[in-house]
Ligand binder design. Structure first.
Ligand code: IVH
Length: 672
């Protein structure tokens, strides 16, 4: 065989392997090989294509990122219009839609028993059309006005969940679905942006839409997007009788189709499925705003036809609102742990899904500006799951009013210490520069430290009192508290004072990663602290590390690295660290760098839900101390899933895969 043929064969083989493993990773969430192994295959293919230009095909996995930034997006007409959905706002309206569809069809001579319905989550993202010609992705477009969309092919190619090539595809295939940003990825992205002083995104939908409309594909590629497919548009050369058969075909051909889509015979089943989605809504890693119900038989869908822009054969059941409207009495301000001015809304009390809400968060200055809420506005307040209520926006009536107050400005003086606030150059945040001298910042910092070190018995109120009484001035002072000094405080007997001091003393045994987390470096949450501790091994090493070395740590990008380096170089951080060291807190990582021996050596566990006694951090620590590894998602490689209260979809996945499921006691038994 000639060298050229060799290279072509190998390139083809690599492409198939990369497609297979990409599908396992992005679509099935069940990788078989590690990231470095995947990268090695990709690099080999890249090298081959580098040497043999003619081997570089547009559907090659190396071509996901690579296009040049565009000046603007081009418009593309859709092969078939992208329609909208009629809404049903209650179970009654949904049931009425089912009855109406059946009655309409009966008039056309269709037997009732012949109608089935499919229920699917209504993903709150943005609608996309993907066109495949002879199995190769040739174009991807946004919905636009339904007739004409924008050509965002370059950006869509960067999304791992979108196949670039489809085996055994018909000559023409248009796949439709929703692009979204997973909630966990959204939270991480905003955390990083806030730490870097960049504006944060309002919600996952906006950040997905903003990412898809980036003119530079490299930027789009850096945003963690995914896609759920929910149907087809124009097709030539393949036909099915039902919608669910199409979904099955798409799933089998590499597209990401939700596994919880169901087919139903009766209204009762449809309603029950909608309720089930509503119930599990808060546990999903993506936002849904309802359930889409579709007539399964495609011929019947055609007979039902379209009214205006809405097909009669489908309906969107919208979840009841978790929002309410009330008056914003005033935007007030707090100071955060790192000195940022934090706005919050003082509201005319209002009931939101069963709870009276008087205060709501406005996150930060940027959020406040973007929402453009003003004192006295009528505003929409939202509560979702357990999260703190938030102000969504002013109502349109408030926005249209012509005697609105001016936009609220961050305070000129810190609400906690009265120091004049400043806005550092290039930053979008106003801060109190008084740092160590600002009681508000000190309070937040100590509260964070107590939580990080898991010191039992010191609640928010005690932190406030100790500071107010002058018993402590910072986190390190906690270690100088004695039971004599505490028992002088009202409400503290000898016993409770003794217990508290013992709890503080016991926290000295907490591992280095917790001490580091407790330091409260901006942007360094528990997971980052753990990775830093594992990688750097000690505080001294960490303090010596350049920001370049810091970026070698998992999860630490260049901007975060700079913040870490700067914070650690500050005198006050150095002093605090020195005092922690003097009090005997751990400054060295004792945990494993490599897998350790132990009852869980070589085992992979996934945690889901709330355990009765152990916090998540405790559970991770114990598993790792026993040689095990905790990962975020369930796959065939998962040995155990530990499930607590309110487990998420991870439990369902484990049940599907037949993974062994443990409760807290089961986990503890394994550790012994
Ligand atoms: S079917 C005739 N299925 O909802 C419209 N749409 O309100 C065909 N959406 O523009 C759409 N999840 O962006 C369908 N499972 C799902 C969906 C879904 C979200 C969005 C889609 C559409 C909008 C219609």
């Amino acid at each position: 065989m000639s060298k050229a043929v060799d290279a072509a064969t190998r390139a083809d083989e690599l492409r198939r392997q990369l497609e297979y493993h990409g599908h396992r990773y992005y679509v099935l969430d069940d990788p078989e090989i590690s990231d470095p192994e995947y990268d090695a295959l990709l690099n080999e293919l890249r090298d081959l294509e580098e040497e043999n230009e003619e081997l570089r095909t547009p559907d090659s996995p190396t071509q996901r990122i690579g296009g040049q930034p565009l000046d603007k997006f081009h418009e593309v007409p859709h092969l078939q219009p992208m329609l909208s959905l009629a809404n049903a706002r209650s179970e009654e309206e949904l049931a009425a839609w089912v009855v109406r569809s059946e009655r309409y069809l009966t008039r056309q001579g269709v037997e009732m028993g012949d109608v089935h319905f499919v229920s699917e989550p209504k993903i709150d993202g943005l609608a996309i059309s993907l066109v495949y010609e002879d199995g190769v992705l040739v174009r991807g477009a946004t919905r636009g006005n339904g007739e004409v969309g924008e050509d965002v092919t370059q950006n869509l190619r960067t999304i791992g969940a979108i196949p670039l090539r489809v085996e055994d595809a018909p000559p023409l295939l248009e796949v439709r679905g929703e692009i979204y940003m997973p909630l966990s990825a959204f939270a991480r992205l905003n955390e990083q942006r806030a730490a870097a002083g960049e504006p944060t995104f309002m919600n996952p939908r906006n950040s997905a839409a903003g990412s898809i409309r980036q003119l530079d594909p490299a930027l789009a590629a850096s945003r963690p997007l995914s896609m759920w497919c929910y149907g087809v548009g124009a097709v030539e050369g393949l036909e099915f009788e039902t919608h669910h058969e199409w979904l099955d075909w798409l799933r089998e051909h590499g597209f990401r189709v939700n596994r919880d889509v169901e087919v139903h015979d009766t209204v009762e089943q449809v309603v029950a499925a909608c309720e089930a989605w509503q119930e599990r809504r808060d546990r999903l890693d993506f936002e849904i705003d309802g359930v889409v119900v579709k007539v399964d038989e495609l011929e019947l869908q055609r007979q039902l036809g379209v009214v205006g822009r809405e097909p009669r054969g489908a309906v969107a059941w919208k979840f009841p609102p978790t929002t309410a409207t009330t008056t914003l009495k005033q935007v007030a301000w707090n100071v955060g742990r790192t000195g940022h001015m934090v706005p919050f809304a003082v509201l005319e009390p209002v009931q939101v899904s069963g709870v009276i809400v008087k205060l709501a968060t406005l996150h930060n200055e940027e959020d406040l500006r973007r929402k453009d809420v003003r004192d006295g506005d009528e505003v929409i307040v939202m509560r979702a799951g357990d999260v703190i209520p938030q102000v969504v926006s002013p109502t349109s009536r408030a926005q249209g009013s012509n005697n609105r107050r001016p936009p609220p400005e961050p305070p000129e003086r810190c609400p906690a210490c009265d120091t004049p606030t400043i806005k550092p150059e290039g930053s979008v945040w106003t801060i109190c520069p008084n740092r160590a001298g600002c009681p508000g910042q000190v309070f937040q910092a100590v509260k964070h430290f107590v939580g990080a070190m898991d010191i039992d018995g010191i609640g928010e109120e005690n932190v406030r009192r100790f500071l107010a009484e002058g018993l402590i001035n910072d986190s390190a002072d906690l270690y100088a508290l004695t039971s004599e000094r505490l028992s002088g405080l009202e409400g503290f007997g000898e016993v409770s004072a003794g217990n508290l001091v013992a709890a503080i003393e016991a926290s000295k045994e907490q591992p280095f990663e917790r001490v580091l987390y407790g330091l409260g470096i901006p942007g360094v949450g528990y997971v980052n602290a753990r990775n830093l501790a594992r990688h750097m091994r000690s505080m001294s090493e960490l303090m010596r590390a350049s920001d370049e070395q810091l970026t070698e740590v998992e999860g630490i990008g260049p901007i975060m690295a700079r913040t870490i380096e700067e914070t650690l170089a500050e005198d006050r951080t150095r002093e605090l660290v020195q005092r922690f060291r003097d009090y005997g807190l751990k400054m060295e990582e004792e945990g494993p760098a490599a897998p350790v021996e132990g009852p869980l050596a070589g085992k992979t566990l996934v945690l889901t839900g709330t355990l009765p006694n152990l916090t998540r951090e405790d559970a991770i620590q114990r598993v790792e101390a026993a040689g095990g590894k905790v990962t975020g998602s369930v796959s065939k490689k998962t040995d155990y899933v530990v499930a607590g209260d309110d487990p998420g979809t991870k439990l369902t996945k484990a049940q599907e895969l037949g993974t062994e499921i443990l409760d807290e006691d089961g986990l503890l038994a394994l550790l012994d």
